[in-house]
Design a protein. Structure first.
Length: 315
């Protein structure tokens, strides 16, 4: 899988983030500033993978507007091959978030209606069938409709190509329900994992069992600043993230963790070492004000990796 293209099909839109300057005052006007950049779970991971040296192709619906141009420019800057299908009379999807001074999310609004037009029929086109067959890995996210995700996992399975997913949110992760057994990995936070499993284990060692019972064969669960859990059919591991000396913005941290993990996994590392790489990539991202850190590279990843402890096996 090392030299093959990573085919990314999922969210690629515009993020608008308002950061509160002082202490958050709920129900009141808060001084702060707006920041606009390209975003989307799959697209964030795609750009990180490209910055780590992977060949990445992006397929995602887009509107014929200025926001669409922002996405295209971000793909070019990161070295991602951008092959959208564009609806000239539609608006590019967007995500608007309010962030506290310390970088934590207060509330967000997602305008993602255009993703409904990424239907299973798109996957039947000859160009898409050829792209799937030629890929070394497919990466998608729960911004797409459930029926499209199911068709995508079926197409990946038929082609013998591993497919990984990013959960996006507790409201959207159920779209993967029919696809769980076919996923190589699903990346999620505790709230998303709780939605899938129907339980919220206090002991991180209980997450693999709960998620396997829900039908997921392998996955990664982030737990804020606490230990990150990864499991597959053979084992489960935990890696404790190093303390961040300066927190920029948690936006995109989970997506970069997915990118670092998948980059290492495609290179042949086991899930323990892959998780260490993912945690190192996330550490780079949370120190940046951007959802995709411009300094992300293999050299930066190796430097960050030196601060990440070894993976601990879990029963």
């Amino acid at each position: 899988m090392t030299g093959k293209t990573i085919l990314v099909m999922g969210g690629a839109h515009v993020d608008r983030r308002g950061r509160i300057a002082g202490e958050t005052a709920p129900g009141a006007s808060n001084p702060g500033a707006w920041f606009v950049e390209a975003g989307g779970g799959a697209f964030n991971a795609a750009r990180n993978l490209a910055r780590l040296g992977r060949t990445v192709r992006l397929v995602s619906p887009r509107g014929g507007d200025a926001d669409g141009a922002i996405v295209a420019a971000a793909a070019e800057a990161a070295g991602v091959e951008d092959t959208p299908f564009t609806f000239l009379d539609r608006a590019t999807p967007s995500y608007t978030a309010i962030i506290e001074r310390d970088g934590n999310l207060v509330v967000a609004l997602a305008d993602m209606e255009l993703y409904r037009l990424f239907s299973p029929r798109r996957l039947q086109q000859r160009a898409m069938r050829e792209a799937v067959a030629a890929a070394g890995l497919i990466l998608t996210d729960a911004n797409l409709p459930a029926e499209t995700l199911a068709a995508m996992t079926a197409a990946a399975g038929a082609a013998g190509v591993p497919i990984a997913g990013i959960a996006i949110s507790p409201a959207k992760v159920p779209r993967f329900a029919a696809s769980l057994p076919a996923l190589a990995f699903l990346f999620m936070n505790e709230a998303e994992a709780r939605t899938l499993a129907g339980v919220a284990p206090e002991d991180p060692a209980d997450w693999p069992k709960a998620l396997r019972a829900a039908g997921l064969c392998a996955g990664v669960v982030t737990r804020g600043g606490r230990g990150v859990v990864a499991f597959d059919a053979e084992k489960a591991v935990l890696v404790t993230p190093p303390e961040a000396p300066a927190l920029g913005d948690v936006t995109g941290a989970g997506d970069s963790l997915a990118a670092g993990f998948l980059d290492a996994w495609m290179a042949g590392h086991d899930i323990g070492e892959a998780l260490r790489h993912g945690v190192a990539a996330a550490a780079i991202t949370v120190r940046s004000p951007l959802a995709v850190a411009e300094e992300m590279s293999q050299a930066a990843l190796q430097a960050a990796l030196s601060l990440v402890p070894e993976a601990e096996g879990m029963a």
